[in-house]
Design a protein around this ligand. Structure first.
Ligand code: NAD
Ligand code: TYD
Length: 360
């Protein structure tokens, strides 16, 4: 029996991993340690709550003493670190919680892993640490880090700390870098759940800039499947890209959602662009295909249809998460367009943002 610590298991992807592991692996015990920020929701893990192999602990991974107490109470074989502040637009409004949780929180876990001689540490990172691509090329695991947003910078800093602990302290850690996730339980601040929940109410669907930014979309449960492989088969010190190969412009995404939901394209509303908006992400995933024989098996349209169905059946979940603080956030970012977020067409950043680098 292996005992693992999962941080951030009440969030979107962490809860997918928790549900997947508890459902499929009788030989794994798990503690889900989560601060329950606005993005953490115990309803996401309701189906495993009473399982004897699962336990929830409320806490902050950036508080060293809380992590120490957790490790005094449990003997973990491995750590999977999903917990993070994750939304780019929030990191533009205020980067402080991103530095605290994503960097200091990861450091606290690494320190404990070092002292307790943990057998495996999986750091969940993102393709955003590589920066932005031009119209061709894809990020490989050895592409230099070049983050743009405060969110991406905090994740890149955490990645560097992880690699430093591998080299300096021989902590057996590895890093996974995944592309954009979508699926059930995603907090409606990210593109796809905003589009679905707005279309359900016939509200305008906000598209930043020209709508031609490209993301590579993966169904979250597929990401979870790859993370379990990373935990069991990943080599310490290595980085693994995880992607689906399904690149879409934001306009393609919104059109597919409207098609599946049988809603008119007139709902699309172009809004001012995000500052420093990365143009394109794309991952070269040949390493995990070669080493673990892994590839994504859920196509974009099928995954999107399942996601839409889930949101349609969970209007109570949507109502609960769209509380007063959510409405205040939404108003700040979209209705009043907070001045730190608004880029006018005449500002030089906008011109610069057209000269995207072409990377290998
Ligand atoms: P999320 O925002 O849905 O959930 C984050 C979770 O972390 C929440 O449950 C929150 O309560 C918890 N948390 C935040 N601060 C904490 C702290 N100090 N201590 C303990 N728990 C804390 O995030 P997500 O979209 O599920 O992302 C999970 C991980 O995957 C993140 O590390 C993210 O960088 C990475 N990732 C996300 C995507 C994506 O498209 N969402 C893509 C690639 C990588
Ligand atoms: P998002 O879901 O925030 O993920 P990330 O910025 O981490 O890739 O955004 C995905 C894409 O959608 C990105 O190009 C920004 C764009 N976007 C919109 O056009 N409108 C929105 O309301 C949001 C949240 C994002």
């Amino acid at each position: 029996m292996m005992k693992i610590l999962v941080t951030g298991g009440a969030g979107f992807i962490g809860s997918s991993f928790v549900r997947f592991v508890i459902r499929t692996r009788k030989d794994i015990n798990m503690v889900n340690f989560d601060l329950l920020t606005y993005a953490g929701n115990l309803r996401n893990v309701e189906e495993v709550a009473t399982n004897p192999r699962y336990q929830f602990v409320h806490g902050d991974m950036a508080e060293r003493t809380q992590i120490q107490t957790l490790f005094q109470e449990h003997c973990f074989d491995a750590i999977v670190n999903f917990a993070a502040e994750t939304h780019v637009d929030r990191s533009i409004l205020d980067s402080a919680p991103f530095v605290r949780t994503n960097i200091e929180g990861t450091r606290c876990l690494l320190e404990e892993a070092r002292q307790r001689k943990i057998a495996k540490f999986v750091q969940i990172s993102t393709d955003e640490v590589y920066g932005s691509l031009g119209s061709s090329g894809a990020f490989r695991e050895d592409t230099p880090l070049d983050p743009t947003s405060p969110y991406a910078a905090s994740k890149a800093a955490a990645d560097l700390l992880v690699l430093a602990y591998v080299k300096t302290h021989r902590v057996p850690a590895l890093i996974t870098r995944c592309s954009n996730n979508y699926g059930p339980y995603q907090f409606p601040e990210k593109l796809i759940p905003i589009l679905i929940t707005h279309a359900m109410e016939n509200r305008p669907l906000p598209i930043y800039g020209d709508g031609l930014n490209i993301r590579e979309w993966i169904f979250a449960d597929e990401h979870s499947r790859a993370v379990l492989l990373a935990l069991e088969r990943g080599t310490p010190g290595e980085v693994y890209n995880i992607g689906s190969g399904e690149e879409k412009t934001n306009l393609e995404v919104v059109r597919e959602i409207l098609r599946l939901m049988e809603k008119p394209e007139s709902l699309v509303q172009f809004v001012p662009d995000r500052p420093g908006h990365d143009r394109r992400y794309s991952l070269d995933c040949s390493k995990i295909r070669r080493e673990w024989n892994w590839s994504s098996e859920v196509g974009f349209s099928a995954g999107l249809a399942a996601t839409i169905e889930w949101y349609r059946k969970h209007e109570d979940w949507i109502r609960e998460v769209k509380d007063a603080s959510y409405r205040a956030y939404f108003d700040r970012v979209y209705t009043r367009r907070d001045e730190t977020l608004a880029i006018s067409a005449t500002q030089p950043q906008n011109l610069l943002s057209d000269t995207y680098k072409t990377r290998p």
